[in-house]
Design a protein around this ligand. Structure first.
Ligand code: MRU
Length: 371
């Protein structure tokens, strides 16, 4: 998508520099640094310390991390160790495991000499597939927005609330939750987006507001606690979020606070959709609430906050008393029964095992073989 008039992806291989480049998202929106990732340690830090984040982008970065390591050391030991180290960086988003399994299954049978070139080819393909999945999610999600727009007075926008950043910065391009919004905008359907700030790391305020602003999409930043009030007053027509891991029964795990939005949406009869590429589905898990590991992050994310001071300097300030004990669960699970529908690259389905299997019938065969 566009930043200052120039089209970007969130990760790419730069042939001239012979390395992978990313946007270091820790400094957005105040700075827009492009960073080179040249060795395994850099890839591990980039995922663990959230230079890149968002389930699909984490997977794509890990794939390029394996490829980069295959140039340095293509041995079996190095492949195994690299996959283990990358897998340990963040526990919740399943795309990480998915991408590493893809790379390992492809590379293991190859000779050491063949590995680097094929690994880069597959990592680039994973990125391109993500872009195409998200484009299709946008096409299917657009129809949901179009339906809501039909009942609106001429020129009135469809009001969409979103949480965290499930935009192009969380994927390779388009985003998941934002793709239908970008498609609607391109079709001249008026949209207005309520952007949850998304404490503690403020991905909504830092990233989603930045993306939407750059694309010229009508939006307002709101505090996380405003959603329920806005829904009660008929100011929200639909909610669309992303997901870091979708259980086979349709439960969705996304950034902390998503569940509360789903509860408020249900209480107010507002459709709550979740957009996802199929790489986000964990077919091995049947109950998201009990079985999805929830990442617990550093206390400093809660007790301190980053931002731009009035004099323009970027600073981190403490907002709680010294040494306040902190809990920081980074994700929560919204049970399937609160989800109106899942928007995937194959269409929109009910959030249930049967709904998912209707869109992904090849999994029906795989599940019955496993039983
Ligand atoms: O901790 P983050 O920033 O990686 O969390 C990101 C989210 O929760 C997104 O909503 C999710 O990855 C879906 S992204 C398309």
């Amino acid at each position: 998508m566009i930043v200052n008039g120039k089209a970007y992806r969130s990760i790419w291989f730069d042939k001239g520099a012979a390395c992978v480049k990313i946007i270091d998202q820790r400094w957005l929106p105040h700075d827009f640094p492009i960073v080179e990732l040249r060795n395994r340690e850099a890839f591990i830090a980039a995922i663990r310390d959230m230079w890149v984040r968002g389930a699909p982008l984490i997977g794509a970065t890990a794939a390029y991390g394996v490829a980069t390591q295959m140039v340095i050391d293509p041995s079996d030991n190095s492949l195994q160790e690299t996959c283990n180290l990358l897998l340990a960086t963040r526990p919740t988003a399943i795309n990480l495991r998915w991408a590493l399994d893809e790379m390992k299954d492809l590379l293991e049978p190859l000779s050491e000499r063949e590995r680097a070139a094929i690994a880069f080819e597959r990592a680039t393909q994973i990125c391109n597939e993500d872009v195409e999945c998200n484009r299709k999610i946008g096409v299917y999600g657009l129809e949901l927005i179009r339906e809501l727009s039909i009942d609106k007075p001429l020129g009135a926008p469809v009001n969409i609330l979103t949480h965290c950043n499930a935009g192009w910065l969380a994927t390779v391009d388009w985003g998941t939750a934002t793709s239908p919004i970008y498609h609607a905008h391109k079709e001249n359907i008026p949209v207005h987006v309520y952007v949850d700030e998304t404490r503690p790391r403020n991905q909504g305020a830092h990233l989603t507001a930045f993306e939407l602003g750059q694309e010229g999409i009508n939006h307002q930043l709101i505090v996380d606690n405003a959603g329920g009030h806005l829904m009660q007053h008929a100011k929200v027509d639909m909610v669309i979020t992303g997901t870091d891991r979708t259980a086979a029964n349709g439960d969705v795990c996304n950034k902390i606070g998503t569940y509360l939005k789903a509860l408020a949406a249900r209480d107010n009869g507002i459709p709550f959709y979740v957009a996802l590429p199929s790489s986000t589905i964990d077919w091995t898990i049947d109950n998201g609430i009990s079985d999805i590991p929830i990442e617990e992050r550093d206390a400093i994310e809660v007790s301190k906050i980053w931002g731009k001071l009035d004099d323009g300097t970027i600073a981190r300030v403490q907002i709680s008393p010294d040494d306040t004990p902190v809990a920081n669960p980074a994700f929560d699970v919204t049970p399937a029964h609160l989800v109106t529908g899942l928007i995937t690259e194959r269409g929109v389905c009910e959030a249930s095992r049967e709904g998912l299997l209707e869109l992904f019938p090849e999994r029906r065969k795989a599940s019955s073989e496993e039983e």
